[in-house]
Design a protein around this ligand. Structure first.
Ligand code: ZN
Ligand code: ZN
Length: 455
């Protein structure tokens, strides 16, 4: 306890001195508006980073407003079912997908239908039922490549009507057997019927009309900028800057959350990230500083704080205790300094205020990613001690993989933001120089004027 407490005491003293001393010494502290990060210059376009891609999400602005209202009333927004953002491709989330042919028809997921072939059960079901004539076709689609297709197929009830009629007519016509034999494989492959645009099912690639399932007719906004949680926004001063992205990597598969908090004039925005993470139910298991080699940067390496956070809670279904593990990297940056240390940041702030009379805007950049151990083979182990050993190994290897992912992310991310910041700085210096020159020029011509007056 002692060491940490001392550190905090020193930090508190530095803040107090830095905030009050300039006033006593009549030093005017100039507020610096610039911040190290810019929301418009994040590496979030295709190909900006070699292995990592910013995830595009769908945002409903009406949902955002309503979620904020719930948070203001202290009601958990989850109870409404609404989300800050939605994924269009996943089949089980609440997104209103419309048929490409029928503008007003909401598509059903294959899972919405009743697939039991027992006629009695079918009659009792409240779920929509597939027309009998199409049922064998779906069965063959399912057999084609079940794992890949079945998860994200969507069905239009109006299109089903059209197809049922078409198939019925062909089956009734004895001369049409050839046409029927040509049509069936096409339908199974998800191709449109000749002369009609209707299909047996639609894949996410076919669909272009996506709306919010909670707000009829509200089109989504497609974006890489993840809306900040209203709970976070509420806890921070109004002039705090928030930048948020979700990055994914295909191989090995991983997902990283990025959050940048930039302080405005109110310095309370910046605190140690440990604090905001522990408020989410995580506790700090381990903290250390690591050095990351940064190729392509003018600084050869940079230090970041690495945290290992753990949260244990009851699983929603099983009731068993589940442990979530999260690895966090963070560091602080202003236009003048970069550091991973909170104490160093406070020292810089104090120095800048008292000696240079400058107050820089600090940001902190937080990267976090969950480690999910692969426990698929654990069930086969019967020996208790060996099982525990295997679980531990799986957990450690999952964590190692996440750390490796965060490490390579930093290597690819940092040179990009460093370059963007340098470009902004150079542009500003050029502008300032030009302004100075103009001002200087004006003064000179004024002087010559004065001289002429005296003559
Ligand atoms: Zn909505
Ligand atoms: Zn349709």
């Amino acid at each position: 306890m002692g060491k940490n407490k001392n550190k905090r005491l020193i930090a508190a003293l530095i803040i107090i001195v830095a905030l009050t001393l300039p006033r006593f010494l009549l030093i005017t502290v100039e507020e610096e508006e610039r911040a190290y990060f810019d929301d418009n210059e994040m590496p979030d376009g295709p190909g900006d980073m070699k292995d990592w891609q910013a995830q595009r999400v769908s945002v409903c602005d009406k949902c955002l407003v309503e979620i904020k209202e719930l948070v203001d009333k202290d009601i958990p927004p989850k109870s409404s079912g609404m989300s800050l953002y939605y994924y269009k491709d996943a089949s089980r989330v609440r997104v209103d997908r419309r048929c490409p042919v029928h503008e007003d028809v909401t598509l059903n997921s294959v899972h919405d239908f009743f697939w039991d072939r027992n006629p009695e059960a079918k009659a009792k079901s409240e779920k929509p039922v597939v027309p009998e004539i199409l049922d064998p076709l779906y069965l063959r689609v399912n057999q084609m490549d079940a794992a890949k297709w079945w998860r994200s197929l969507f069905i239009c009830r109006e299109c089903q009507k059209v197809l049922t009629e078409r198939l019925g007519a062909l089956m009734a016509d004895e001369d049409a057997s050839e046409e029927l034999n040509a049509l069936v494989p096409k339908l199974i492959r998800g191709e449109p019927v000749e002369g009609l645009p209707n299909k047996l099912y639609y894949t996410p690639d076919d669909i272009t009309r996506y709306y919010c399932a909670f707000h009829k007719g509200q089109k989504f906004r497609d974006t890489v900028r993840i809306p900040p949680s209203p709970v976070t926004v509420k806890s921070l001063p109004d002039d705090t800057g928030l930048i948020s992205r979700l990055y994914v990597r295909e191989n090995p598969r991983q997902r990283i959350n990025l959050m940048i908090v930039t302080a405005g004039r109110d310095k309370r925005s910046i605190h140690r990230p440990e604090r905001c993470l522990t408020s989410q139910g995580y506790h700090l298991a381990h903290r250390t500083t690591i050095n990351i080699k940064i190729p392509g940067s003018k600084r050869k390496s940079m230090a970041v704080k690495k945290l290992r956070m753990v949260k244990t809670q009851e699983g929603p279904e099983s009731g068993q205790m589940r442990t979530e593990r999260m690895i966090v990297f963070y560091w602080y940056a202003s236009v003048e300094h970069i550091t991973e240390s909170n104490l160093a940041r406070l020292m810089y702030t104090a120095w800048d205020r008292m000696v240079l009379g400058k107050n820089y805007r600090w940001s902190y950049l937080l990267l976090y990613s969950n480690a999910w151990p692969d426990l698929s083979k654990i069930g086969q182990i019967t020996d208790k001690a060996r099982k525990e050993e295997a679980i531990k190994e799986a957990e450690q290897s999952a964590e190692r993989e996440v750390v490796e992912g965060l490490y390579t992310f930093m290597q690819q991310f940092f040179p990009h933001v460093e370059k963007a910041e340098k470009r902004r700085r150079e542009e500003r210096e050029k502008k300032e120089k030009a302004e100075k020159k103009q001002k200087g020029g004006a003064e000179i011509s004024k002087k010559t004027l004065d001289v002429r007056d005296t003559l």
